[in-house]
Ligand binder design. Structure first.
Ligand code: SAM
Length: 277
């Protein structure tokens, strides 16, 4: 790639493309971020410059579009992120659903490499260890993300030592992991069996996913505009059961976006309950 200037017009057309494709709002002056995220794929596709690559994305080259969205998503995640959602699950929320006549269904929307979905699965198995009769009708955890690469990683369920070291308690490591390839650890099959993964763009329809008892939609709304957040929260409400539960990220809120939920403050943390229609 030659070091041709990344001009403002190309930055603006890339920003428009990205917001339309996946909701991510770049705002002003993020040229450095776009440049650093796109440089490896521009090299991979042997494009002569960032402007030429962006022209191709904007004209609709599917391979380039997909790679650009993959590159611009932030996949930061860890096990038991923020701790309190999993404590609340274990100490009160799971109990509420443990005698259901149908399977308890949980959705980890924007699940990245799977740590959130598998943390929910491990919490549920731990809960069931104390109460063997709980969840007789089963548990289904659905993890979704826009990134095909992340979904592939979720399905493989192998994590390197750095990923393992981020938030995973020792007991969970010894109970629920086994040796994998190249020094990695793999999630055991009893945990994997609770979860399935597929690629879903939160801007699209989720009606094919069915209804859920609990939804985790954490650390993704922060990237979107007010209007996109509002639309996503409407669609999330539509696929939650009445009295279903929603967890957002620690810095996210529904304030000014929807009146479909009631906030429940806990100490620490909070969650939302869908108002019955
Ligand atoms: C920062 S991670 C959050 C992962 C996890 N929920 C957590 O809290 O640890 C954000 C994820 O949102 C995904 N994402 C971004 N835009 C999306 C969209 N429009 N639809 C679905 N997923 C999206 C990214 O691919 C990324 O994996």
């Amino acid at each position: 790639m030659t070091d041709i200037e990344f001009d403002q017009n190309h930055y603006i057309s890339f920003s428009h493309f990205l917001e339309k494709a996946c909701g991510i709002v770049l705002g002003d002056n993020k040229q450095y971020l776009v440049r650093s995220r796109l440089t490896p794929i521009i090299k991979q596709f042997k494009c002569v410059s960032i402007n030429v690559f962006i022209d191709s994305v904007v004209k609709g080259n599917l391979q380039h579009k997909t790679a650009a969205v993959e590159a611009m998503t932030t996949n930061e995640t860890l096990w038991f992120r923020d701790d309190y959602p999993f404590r609340l699950l274990e100490n009160s929320i799971l109990n509420q659903f443990s005698n259901k006549k149908t399977a308890m269904r949980v959705w980890s929307a924007a699940c990245s490499s799977g740590q959130e979905a598998y943390s929910i699965a491990m919490t549920t198995l731990n809960f069931k260890k104390q109460r063997p009769n709980a969840f007789c009708a089963g548990v289904e955890i659905v993890g979704t993300d826009i990134s095909q690469e992340m979904i592939q990683r979720c399905r493989i369920a192998e994590y390197d030592q750095l990923a393992i070291s981020r938030g995973l308690p020792k007991q969970f490591k010894s109970d629920f992991f086994e040796p994998g390839n190249n020094g990695n650890l793999r999630i055991k099959s009893q945990v994997r069996a609770l979860a399935n993964f597929r690629s879903i763009n939160l801007l699209d329809s989720y009606s094919s996913l069915g209804k859920f008892d609990i939804i985790f939609c954490r650390n993704v709304l922060i990237y979107f505009s007010h209007e996109v957040k509002r639309q996503i929260l409407q669609k999330i409400a539509a696929c939650l059961q009445d009295d279903g539960i929603l967890f957002l990220g620690a810095s996210e809120s529904i304030s000014g976006l929807t009146d479909k939920f009631v906030m429940v403050r806990c100490n620490p943390g909070l969650y939302y309950i869908k108002k019955p229609i």
